[in-house]
Write a protein that binds this ligand. Structure first.
Ligand SMILES: O=c1ccn([C@@H]2O[C@H](COP(=O)(O)OP(=O)(O)O[C@H]3O[C@H](CO)[C@@H](O)[C@H](O)[C@H]3O)[C@@H](O)[C@H]2O)c(=O)[nH]1
Ligand SMILES: [Mn+2]
Length: 960
C-alpha cells in the first residue's frame, strides 16, 4: 500500500488531563510518605500503651500506600481508541475474514435457555456477511432444554435476521429490542408479525422449561433429540454435536432467500472421572470443533448473558486486526462489560471505574486483560503462537475453510474432538488454548498471550457493544468476587506470575497493572486491621492518630480528603451517581472483608493441596420477590453464609465500639469533650464512618421483615457473636458472649478457617471490650445492693472510695462493707477500708446483699464493681468434637480475661482516687506556699506516673 495514502483504521489518543492527574498523584504520594514517616518516628516505646496497635497501623498504612502506588499504573497512561469502519469497508468489504462466535452456557436452571438464545440471535444478526459468520453454543449441562431452545432459535432466525436488516434493528437481541421500544413504535404489520413469532417461540421454550423436558411431539419432529437417548446426567454424558444451520448448504436460507450464519450446538463429553475444567475446557472444545467447520481466523467469545448491543462490533474489532501498519502485534480486542439490570445507584457496586478508567490505563501500558466475555481473539494466538515481527498473518487468507460435505460424518468426527479423553497427554490447557487450573482462565490466558509478545486493545464504543446481567444479591456478588480475586492471586503464585514469568516480557507499568489485580485479595489484611483495631482502641481510649493540633494531622487529612474527593470525581466521571458512589464504598469494604478473606484462605489451601479450584456459576435468574427489592435498591442479604457472618460481626463490633465510646464519654466526665476530640477525632470519624456504612446491615439485622433481611438462622443458629447487653440488677452492665458453632451448610466455603476466625474474633472482642464501668455512686450513710447469684459461681467484687463531697477533704478513714448471704449469714465484713478487692465462691444460691456504711460527715463517692460468672458455655454449645477442647480453652481464657479486666477496673478506680487526692492536696498547698505547692505537684505527678507503671506491670503479670 502506498505509504502516503495510508489512512489508519484506528487511532489512539492520550486521555485528557493526564498531566493534571500526575501532579495530583505526586502530591498524594508526598502525603503518603509523610504518613509513613509519622508512623515510623512515633512508635510507642516498649511498655507504652498502644505499641502493638501502632505497629499494626504502620503495617496497614505501608500496605495501603504500596497498593495505592500500584493503582497508579492503571491511571498514569490512559488512552482512548477510535475506529474507522468506513475505511475498513472501503478497503476490505469483499475480503472480510470469517468470524467464529463462541457462546458458553453451563446450567439451564440458572442460565435460562430463553436468555441464551437471545444472546445467540443477537450475534447471528451481526451486520456482517452471514456466510462468513458462525455461531457455536457450548452447553456444559448438555441439556435438551437448551438444545430445544437453540433449535427453535434457528427457525426463528430465518425471520429475525432479515427483519433486523430491513429496519436496522438495534439491539439485535429480540428480547432486549422489544423491551426497548415504546408503544408508538410498535404499530406496523411487520413488527406485529415478528413479535408474534418471537412470542410463539418463547412460549414453546417456556413450556418445555416448565415441564423440565421437551415434548414427545417436538422430539418426533426433529431426529437430533435421539442423541439424548443415552444421556444420564449433566455430569455424565457423551459428546453431543449438532450443526443446526450449515451456511455452506445452499438450501438453508432465510425467508428473503439470503444465506444464514452457521449455527452449531456443542455439548462436550462429561465423565465423572475426567475433570472438565469449566469454561476453559468448554472454550477449548469449541476451538477444536470450529477449526473443522468454519475455522474463522477471528474468534469472538461471549458469556451466555452478554448479548450484542451493537451490530457493528465485528467491524470495529476488525479495524484493530486489519490495519496495515499496526495490527500485526494485536492479539485480542476486549470490550467493556456493561449490565442491563444494574439499578440506578448500584447497591452491589459496579465495574464502572475499571471499565472507564483503569482498563484505559492498562491499554496505555500494553493492553487490557482478557476478561472472558466481549473479546475478539486471533485464532492463532489462542493456539499459543509467539509474536514475531516477521511472520505477519494476513487474516484475509489465513485458515482455509474446511469443506467436508457429509454433515453426519462430520458431526461424528467432531464429537471425538469434544470427547473428555481427547486432551489427555496433549498440550491443551497448557501450551494450547485457554489455560486450565485457574478460576479466572480468561485473565491467565490473556496474560500468557501478552507475555508471548502480543499486545491487546481496549475499545469502548459510544454505543455499548455487549450488555449482560449482573448479580442481584449480596451473596452472589461476594461469591463472584471471591472467584475473581482468588483466581488473580492464583496467577500471582503460579508459574505464570506477572512478576516472574512476566518480568522482562511485559513492560514495567503493565506488570504493575497486573499486580494490582493479583493483589486484590491480600488487601483483606490491612482493611480488616483498619476496620477493627482503631475502633477497639477508641473504646480503650488510646489514640492511634495524630492530634488535631499536631502538624502531622495535615498529611492524614490531606490524603483522606483528597482520596475521597478523587474517588468521588472518578466515579461520577465513569457515569455513576452520588449514591452509587456511597454504595460502592460499602461494597469495597464488604468485598475486602469477606470475599477476599475466603479467596486468600482458599488459595493458601489450594497451594498446600487441600482444596480444588471451583467455579460457581453466577445465577442469571432472580425470583420476583428478590427482583422487586433489587429494584428498590434494598440490599439482599437473604441466605445465610459465612461471609455474611463476618460482615455482621464486624459491623456489630464497630457499632459496639462506637456506642461504648460514647457511653464512656458520658459516664466519665472527667476528661473534656474538647480534649477527646482533639486527640481522637480521626479514630472517631473512622469508627463513625464504618458504622454509617453499615446502616443497611443493622437495618437488615434488627428491623427488616422481608425475606432479604439477615435470616434468623444467621442470628441464632449461625456463627454470630452475640453482643448481648445483660443488666445485672441495677449496677453492672456486663457483656455476655454467646457463641455457637456455625452451621456450615454451604460447601463452597472452607469451614475450618472460619471457625478459627470466629474464635479469634471472640477473643479479640472479649479482651478489648472489657471496659469495665462498674458503678459509681454517692453514699450518705448507708447504701445496699443485692444481686442474685447461682450455685458454683465465683463472685468477684471490689470497691474504692473515690472522693468526698467537699473538695477540701479527702476521706482517710474509709467505709465499711458487709456482705451477707441469702439466709442472712455474714460472708465478709470490712471495716474502715479505702479500697478492697476479693472474691468468694457461692455455696447457696440466692440473693446476696452488699451494704456500705459511711461514718464520715461528708458524702462519699464509691466505685463498686461486681462480677459473677461461671464459664461453662463450652458444655452447652460445642457439639463439634474437634472444637470441644478448643472451646474449653476459650472458656478458660475468657475467664482469665475477665479476671484481668476486673483487676484492671479496680486499678483504674484507685488511680482515679489517687488523682483526686493529689488534686486536693495540691490545691491546699497552693494556698499555703508557692514552693510547697510546686513540690507537691511534682510529687503527685510522680505518683501518678508510678501508679501507671504499677498498673501496667500488674496487668502484664496477670496476663502471664
Ligand atoms: O463450567 C462452566 C462454568 C461456567 N461456564 C460459563 O462461563 C460463563 C461465565 O460464568 P459466570 O458465572 O457468568 O461468571 P462471571 O463471573 O460473570 O464471568 C466472568 O468471569 C469468568 C472467570 O471467573 C469468566 O470465565 C467469564 O467469561 C467472565 O465474564 C457463563 O457463560 C457460563 O455459562 C461454562 O461454560 N462452564
Ligand atoms: Mn456472568
Amino acid at each position: 500500500m502506498d505509504k502516503l495514502k495510508y489512512e489508519p483504521l484506528f487511532e489512539t489518543k492520550k486521555a485528557k488531563g493526564r498531566i493534571r492527574y500526575r501532579l495530583f498523584a505526586s502530591s498524594m504520594f508526598c502525603g503518603i510518605i509523610f504518613i509513613w514517616i509519622y508512623r515510623l518516628c512515633n512508635i510507642p516505646e516498649p511498655g507504652e500503651n498502644g505499641r502493638y496497635g501502632w505497629i499494626g497501623m504502620l503495617g496497614a498504612e505501608l500496605w495501603f500506600g504500596f497498593y495505592w502506588l500500584l493503582t497508579q499504573s492503571l491511571r498514569w497512561n490512559r488512552v482512548h481508541r477510535h475506529t474507522f469502519r468506513d475505511r475498513l469497508l472501503l478497503r476490505y468489504e469483499n475480503e472480510l475474514p470469517r468470524v467464529d462466535v463462541f457462546v458458553c452456557t453451563a446450567d439451564p436452571a440458572i442460565e435460562p435457555p430463553i436468555m441464551v438464545i437471545n444472546t445467540v440471535l443477537s450475534v447471528m444478526a451481526y451486520n456482517y456477511p452471514p456466510e462468513k459468520l458462525s455461531v457455536y453454543l457450548s452447553d456444559d449441562a448438555g441439556s435438551e432444554l437448551t438444545f430445544h431452545a437453540l433449535l427453535e432459535a434457528s427457525r426463528f432466525a430465518k425471520h429475525w435476521l432479515p427483519y433486523c436488516k430491513k429496519v436496522s434493528v438495534e439491539p439485535r437481541s429480540p428480547a432486549a429490542y422489544f423491551t426497548s421500544l415504546s408503544v408508538s413504535d410498535q404499530s406496523d404489520a411487520d413488527f406485529s408479525e415478528i413479535k408474534r413469532l418471537y412470542e410463539d417461540m418463547a412460549n414453546s421454550i417456556e413450556v418445555a422449561c416448565k415441564a423440565g423436558t421437551v415434548s414427545d411431539q417436538a422430539k418426533l419432529e426433529y431426529t437430533g433429540f435421539s442423541k439424548w437417548d443415552s444421556y444420564s446426567s449433566k455430569k455424565n454424558h457423551a459428546a453431543i454435536l449438532q450443526i443446526l444451520i450449515d451456511s455452506r448448504d445452499e438450501e438453508t436460507k432465510d425467508i428473503d432467500g439470503v444465506r444464514l450464519p452457521t449455527l452449531v450446538y456443542v455439548a462436550r463429553e462429561k465423565h465423572p472421572q475426567h475433570f472438565h475444567n469449566f469454561k476453559a475446557g468448554a472454550m477449548n472444545a469449541l476451538i477444536r470443533v470450529s477449526s473443522e467447520i468454519s475455522n474463522g481466523p477471528v474468534i469472538l467469545n461471549v458469556d451466555c448473558d452478554m448479548y450484542s448491543n451493537n451490530s457493528n462490533s465485528i467491524q470495529d474489532a476488525l479495524c484493530f486486526f486489519m490495519d496495515e501498519e499496526r495490527s500485526h502485534e494485536i492479539a485480542f480486542v476486549q470490550f467493556p462489560q456493561s449490565f442491563e439490570n444494574s439499578s440506578t445507584n448500584e447497591v452491589y457496586g459496579s465495574l464502572r471505574v475499571i471499565d472507564e478508567v483503569e482498563f484505559h490505563g492498562v491499554d496505555g501500558n500494553g493492553g487490557p486483560l482478557y476478561t472472558g466475555t466481549g473479546c475478539f481473539h486471533r485464532r492463532d494466538t489462542l493456539y499459543g503462537r509467539e509474536f514475531s515481527k516477521e511472520a505477519k498473518t494476513d487474516l484475509k487468507s489465513a485458515y482455509p475453510e474446511k469443506t467436508e460435505k457429509n454433515v453426519h460424518e462430520l458431526e461424528e468426527r467432531l464429537e471425538r474432538l469434544a470427547s473428555s479423553m481427547y486432551e489427555q497427554n496433549t498440550q491443551w490447557g497448557n501450551e494450547i488454548g485457554l489455560k486450565y487450573g485457574c478460576p479466572v482462565e480468561d485473565v491467565l490466558t490473556g496474560l500468557t498471550i501478552q507475555c508471548k509478545g502480543w499486545k491487546s486493545v481496549y475499545y469502548g464504543p459510544k454505543r455499548k457493544a455487549f450488555i449482560g446481567l449482573t448479580a442481584t444479591t449480596l451473596d452472589q456478588i461476594l461469591v463472584q468476587h471471591k472467584r475473581w480475586s482468588e483466581g488473580d492471586l492464583n496467577i500471582l503464585l503460579s508459574k505464570y506470575s506477572p512478576v516472574r514469568y512476566g518480568l522482562g516480557k511485559l513492560n514495567f507499568c503493565h506488570m504493575l497493572g497486573y499486580l494490582t489485580y493479583c493483589l486484590w485479595s491480600p488487601n483483606f489484611l490491612a482493611t480488616l486491621y483498619y476496620s477493627i483495631v482503631p475502633s477497639l482502641y477508641l473504646l480503650k481510649g488510646i489514640s492511634l492518630f495524630p492530634q488535631v493540633s499536631s502538624k502531622w494531622f495535615l498529611p492524614f487529612t490531606y490524603v483522606i480528603i483528597a482520596e475521597l474527593i478523587y474517588s468521588f470525581a472518578e466515579f461520577l466521571y465513569s457515569g455513576g451517581t452520588v449514591l452509587g458512589w456511597w454504595n460502592e464504598q460499602r461494597i469495597w469494604l464488604y468485598k475486602r472483608t469477606s470475599s477476599y478473606i475466603f479467596a486468600f484462605l482458599d488459595t493458601m489451601l489450594t497451594l498446600f493441596g487441600s482444596s480444588n479450584t471451583t467455579f460457581i456459576v453466577t445465577p442469571k435468574v432472580t425470583d420476583d420477590d428478590v427482583l422487586s427489592r433489587y429494584k428498590q435498591e434494598k440490599m439482599e442479604f437473604g441466605s445465610a453464609s459465612p461471609m455474611l457472618t463476618i460482615l455482621s460481626t464486624l459491623a456489630m463490633l464497630n457499632l459496639f465500639c462506637l456506642v461504648g465510646f460514647v457511653k464512656k464519654l458520658i459516664l466519665t466526665r472527667e476528661v473534656g469533650l474538647k480534649y477527646v476530640f482533639g486527640t481522637m477525632v480521626l479514630q472517631i470519624l473512622l469508627c463513625g464512618v464504618l458504622v454509617f456504612v453499615n446502616l443497611p446491615l443493622y437495618n437488615a439485622l434488627f428491623f427488616r421483615q422481608d425475606k432479604g433481611k439477615i435470616p434468623s438462622s444467621t442470628t441464632t443458629k449461625q456463627s454470630r457473636v452475640y453482643l448481648n447487653f445483660v443488666k445485672h440488677n441495677k449496677y453492672r452492665t456486663n457483656f455476655n458472649f454467646v457463641v455457637q458453632i456455625p452451621n456450615f451448610s454451604q460447601e463452597k466455603m472452607k469451614i475450618g478457617s472460619l471457625k478459627v476466625w470466629i474464635l479469634v474474633t471472640i477473643l479479640v472482642v472479649t479482651w478489648s471490650c472489657g471496659v469495665v464501668y462498674g458503678i459509681r455512686f454517692v453514699i450518705d450513710r448507708e447504701e445496699c445492693f443485692s444481686h442474685k447469684v447461682e450455685m458454683g459461681e465465683t463472685v468477684h467484687f471490689s470497691f474504692v472510695v473515690i472522693k468526698s463531697e467537699g473538695s477540701w477533704h479527702y476521706n482517710e478513714e474509709g467505709v465499711d462493707l458487709v456482705v451477707k448471704g441469702p439466709s442472712g449469714e455474714q460472708i465478709h465484713d470490712f471495716r474502715d477500708k479505702i479500697s478492697e478487692k476479693t472474691e468468694f465462691v457461692v455455696h447457696h444460691e440466692g440473693v446476696y446483699r452488699f451494704c456500705f456504711t459511711n461514718k464520715s460527715p461528708y458524702h462519699e463517692t464509691i466505685d463498686f464493681d461486681l462480677h459473677a460468672a461461671h464459664f461453662a458455655y463450652h458444655d452447652e454449645h460445642a457439639k463439634d468434637e474437634h472444637f470441644k477442647p478448643l472451646f474449653e480453652h476459650i472458656g478458660q481464657l475468657e475467664e482469665a480475661l475477665y479476671n484481668i479486666q476486673f483487676e484492671q477496673h479496680w486499678l483504674e478506680a484507685q488511680t482515679d482516687r489517687q488523682a483526686i487526692v493529689n488534686e486536693i492536696m495540691s490545691k491546699r498547698a497552693v494556698y499555703k506556699a508557692l514552693f510547697e505547692s510546686s513540690a507537691l505537684i511534682c510529687v503527685s505527678i510522680l505518683q501518678v506516673y508510678l501508679l501507671k507503671h504499677l498498673f501496667e506491670r500488674k496487668l502484664g503479670q496477670s496476663r502471664v
